[in-house]
Design a protein around this ligand. Structure first.
Ligand code: ADP
Ligand code: MG
Length: 292
């Protein structure tokens, strides 16, 4: 490979906001046949909003949001921000939760007004041995709509559900289509549940999903794909994504994401536009063609 042609390629990328960390990444990009996308903040905007509040017993919707939101006020997660925003919107005063604990990939717990509150997903409630059958029908309905539904448990009893929805980035669907056109398979990875993931994947034209993945296990899933002989790029934005970006044959950090993701990525997409993934691949292929 002539270094000059590679340098031209790297320069061309930079002009359109595709920062290639080293010429070897440009060389490797042409071999990519599988791209794994993080869901939240990568395919979706990562700014969810509360769409539904369901009370399963005698509490009001306002009380469900008040308990759930008070616990969530201790968390920085996008879901937590959505619930706290809703609380403000409904003029519910914020009190400080006591004995707050955040459980990565599961949810949050704390004491509120002397009651023990769990707010999180099925996996969390299973871990705490909570019977959530009463919520199941509503959970499935909300999830099939592509919403992320979390359960509000008060003193070990399921009381309600809060659903949030995150909108797709404008070019996500087009970006997946462009990659399919280049013969590349797109996969979506997420800590979210299977149903919600499936609904969102369908909207953007992704057939394969890897759901219910704890943040610590994302890199393992990349490794599994590599063991199947795939040459894998991972696209992500978050702090949680850094190990998976590092494990992939090429890590692609996107847009407004965290600094840690950017430090780990071999390619950094400055604009928050997933179309730049296929642009990077095409640039790589064109550059390598010139070299041969
Ligand atoms: P993602 O892969 O979408 O970035 P995370 O690993 O951050 O997801 O979270 C996975 C799942 O864990 C969420 O979909 C949600 O069900 C649950 N979860 C995580 N944090 C919270 C929280 N603060 N409140 C409620 N649920 C949470
Ligand atoms: Mg994320």
């Amino acid at each position: 490979a002539t270094p000059a042609a590679l340098m031209v390629g790297v320069g061309k990328g930079a002009e359109s906001g595709i920062l290639i960390r080293g010429a070897e990444y440009l060389e490797r990009s042409q071999k990519i046949n599988t791209i794994v996308f993080d869901k939240t903040g990568t395919i979706t905007k990562g700014e969810p909003e509360v769409t539904d509040i369901v009370s399963l017993n005698e509490l009001s919707e306002k009380q469900i949001i008040e308990y759930g939101g008070t616990v969530e006020s201790g968390s920085e997660h996008p879901i937590a921000k959505a619930v706290v925003n809703k609380m403000k919107e409904m003029n519910i005063p914020l009190t400080t939760p006591e004995e707050f604990e955040s459980l990565n990939g599961l949810g949050v717990k704390a004491m509120v007004h002397g009651k023990k509150i769990y707010t999180g997903n099925r996996k969390m409630m299973k871990q705490f041995g909570i019977d959530v059958r009463l919520a199941e029908q509503n959970m499935e309905r909300l999830e099939s709509e592509g919403k992320t539904a979390i359960m509000v448990i008060i003193d070990d009893k399921i009381e309600g559900i809060i659903a949030v929805a995150d909108s797709l980035k404008e070019t996500s669907q087009m970006a997946i289509f462009a990659l399919t056109d280049l013969g590349i398979e797109s996969i979506m990875i997420t800590g979210d549940n299977e149903k919600t993931a499936q609904a969102i994947a369908k909207k953007v034209g992704i057939e394969k999903i890897i759901a219910n993945v704890l943040p610590a296990d994302k890199a393992k899933e990349i490794k599994k794909l590599q063991a199947q002989g795939k040459f894998v790029a991972m696209v992500g934005d978050g702090i949680n994504d850094a190990p998976a970006l590092a494990q992939a044959d090429i890590g692609i950090a996107i847009g407004s994401g965290s600094d840690i993701a950017k430090e780990t990525g071999g390619i950094i997409l400055i604009r928050d536009d997933l179309m730049d993934v296929s642009r990077a691949i095409r640039l790589s292929r064109a550059t390598m063609k010139k070299i041969k």
